[in-house]
Design a protein around this ligand. Structure first.
Ligand SMILES: [Zn+2]
Length: 122
């Protein structure tokens, strides 16, 4: 995995998702120094138009546009050192590391509503 995309994803998390903490600005500045300018400028261009510049790749699907990504791109991301853009939405693809593969069948749906234990209350 490429450090740049990891940093970029971290940066995006700080800029979009995290509640602002006192040291967030510092971390953002620090991360920005570690990402190549060309990558940052593409990321910022997307950000300016209100889009996230990095999309997580899950089960071979880009979470930015929900389209399937060709397998060779997934493999290149996994084994290569190159950044890849989603062909469709032009976001950087971030391959989740060690994504837990949970077969859908084994995912339990929400537990039954909690039964109040009123039976013995008098
Ligand atoms: Zn996409």
């Amino acid at each position: 995995m490429n450090d740049t995309i990891r940093n970029l994803f971290k940066l995006q998390t700080l800029e979009f998702d995290e509640p602002v903490r006192p040291n967030t600005e510092e971390q953002i500045a620090e991360l920005r120094t570690q990402i190549p300018p060309a990558v940052l400028s593409h990321y910022d261009r997307l950000g300016d138009s209100g889009k996230k510049g990095v999309a997580m790749l899950r089960h071979q699907v880009c979470t930015g546009c929900h389209l399937q990504v060709p397998l060779h791109v997934v493999l290149e991301l996994k084994h290569g050192d190159e950044l890849r853009l989603c062909d469709n939405c032009r976001r950087y693809l971030y391959l989740e590391e060690e994504a837990p593969v949970v077969p859908l069948a084994s995912v339990k749906t929400a537990a039954k509503p909690h039964r109040r234990q009123l039976a013995h209350a008098r």
